[in-house]
Write a protein of this length. Sequence first.
Length: 378
Amino acid sequence: MENNVPAPVYNKAFLETLDEPDGHRKIAAAVQRPLRQYIDEEGFWRQVMPPKGITPEECDRSQYYDTLVRVEDIEPLSYAMACTLRGNARSEIIYGQRFVIPFFKIETQHHEKTEGEIMAYRYPITNWIQNRLPRDIETIEDREALIHLETGIQMMQYLANGSAYTKLNKTEIGLGNVIEKSVVKSELARQHTADDFIVHTLQKPDFAALYKRFPGEDGERLRAAVVLVSEFDMEDLNVWTIEDVGFNVVEQTAFGQFKAQTLVGRRYVRTNKTSILRPGNLYGFTDPEFFGYFYELQRPKFYIKKEGDRVVMWSWEFIGMGFGNLESAKKLELYSGSVTPTLTDTGYEVKVPKAEDEIMKQNARALEGYVSPKVVTY
């Protein structure tokens, strides 16, 4: 249909089209839209680790289930040694290391509307749902990636602290009871007087503390390539001074927008999804070749069907993520409290991703009557 077709006409034509043979393949678009509740952005994990398409033939079958997996190799280590003129280096058999990447499905809600309900909308509700579904899928990709990343990062903390979970908060750091291996606290968090979850201002030296975790102090020999930061914490750049970053950056933040492609020397990805990347959490990563893989076994598919007077639609995809080198992910925390598994401080829930059904916040409060001006009819 043409873009100038009114929404009621579109909705009526949509229902008529679905009644036609193969009608679900003939759905078109219109321009009317509802009041927007939030800025809809693409998935941030796809910007950190771009996905690669893969076919079933390139995968392996699981030994235990009727599912596909991908087995990836890890490069073996090697070294040289000093010898006498008559000596030889040590001989060793090279053992290959591998890890398995499982595939899983992400599926949206099954959206259902009746003919009578669709006719009541002044914007193309079905078209809007179609356009929303891919972003809903990418949002769950982001959440799954962060949950598994946090698990891996906390495991490196566990190993570095004698194979034991240790509280990582301002108090324990001050007492020297915990090693900051894959997680580091910001400077202002260290100076705070309590072990709570107040988010402190992000400072330039905090990035150096994060980036230094990659070359490490014990021969890790990696380098930070990208940092993931929320829009909430990016706003702290607006209070950086000329002494911190120079006149050009201060001018940008004061009269325009931060335009640099890097943040303290590294590429950055920013997101407004603060229900997933909670304020006060920043993550750093190496290039994907040192980190892991993100495979698309099946790109998002869309299904729509009309049965009687009901229209049902949803979308799904099959993907696989595998992080074989857990040294390639580090975390900066801008708060003083501990989110260490089993050793948390009171209120830690505000720093972990929300549940899938709580990710989207109801910003418009029309159902509660919070609109202005409030019109009363009589």
